[in-house]
Design a protein. Structure first.
Length: 233
């Protein structure tokens, strides 16, 4: 099977960046979709890679938050590909809300209060019903990409990470976030379970990825940067 090319798709969301990705192999997996209204942007990036909507085999969400799942339904309609989410995040996808999430630090706490106030004033229309719920490590070879998807809870109960055969990891909001650090990866500032997040970070380190892509940083972190920040696992 062909190697995997990671194509980054940064989407601006006010002062923040939210990342979507293409995993390009024999077929293409869309990993996270950005906020609502980004389907055309994703499809344009797909075309630049010489691929079409029919090449998309799966839309995989690292977690169910709306800034990552917002364009999933539109992309499912455009490509016919199923949507996959981790076990425990189905309701977050559907409702567009996360009542379990807690913030670490004053800035993150203020942001979370703002998010919840906005949700109260303007309830979300909700997100997609997933076609596939992932509750254990699973090969993505059947979707034409040489990689595995692994549950990595902590940011949310159903958070997932992808590890490619070429030594790259895509971890959603387990690490980084909002471009807070360009040189040093940090734990995600929003967390549902601290102990689970610790264990998931150890899982990432144990797999020794040469590059790690996060949900809100435009540049990946190297293994050396991860080891400096968290040890060697």
């Amino acid at each position: 099977m062909a190697g995997v090319k990671v194509v980054s798709i940064p989407v601006k969301m006010g002062p923040m960046t939210v990342m979507a990705y293409l995993l390009v192999g024999e077929c293409v997996i869309v990993l996270d979709t950005g906020v609502a209204g980004q389907a055309e942007r994703v499809l344009e990036c797909l075309a630049r890679e010489g691929r079409t909507a029919s090449d998309v085999s799966l839309i995989l969400l690292t977690h169910g938050h709306g800034d990552h799942a917002g364009s999933a339904e539109a992309l499912r309609e455009a490509t016919g590909a199923p949507i996959a989410v981790g076990a425990g995040d189905e309701e977050k996808c559907l409702s567009g809300r996360d009542t379990e999430m807690r913030a670490r630090g004053l800035v993150a706490s203020a942001l979370l209060r703002t998010i919840r106030r906005r949700q109260t004033k303007s309830p979300s229309a909700g997100g997609p019903v997933p076609d596939l719920v992932i509750d254990a490590e699973r090969s993505l070879r059947e979707y034409g990409v040489e990689a595995v998807v692994v549950p990595t809870p902590g940011h949310t109960r159903g958070s997932l990470a992808v590890f490619t055969a070429d030594g790259e990891a895509l971890v959603g909001d387990l690490l980084g976030g909002g471009g807070r650090s360009r040189t040093k990866p940090q734990r995600g500032v929003f967390v549902s379970d601290e102990a689970a997040m610790d264990a998931s970070i150890r899982e990432v380190l144990a797999r020794q990825p040469r590059l790690t892509y996060t949900g809100h940083d435009e540049q990946p972190f190297t293994l050396g940067q991860l080891a400096d920040a968290f040890g060697r696992g």
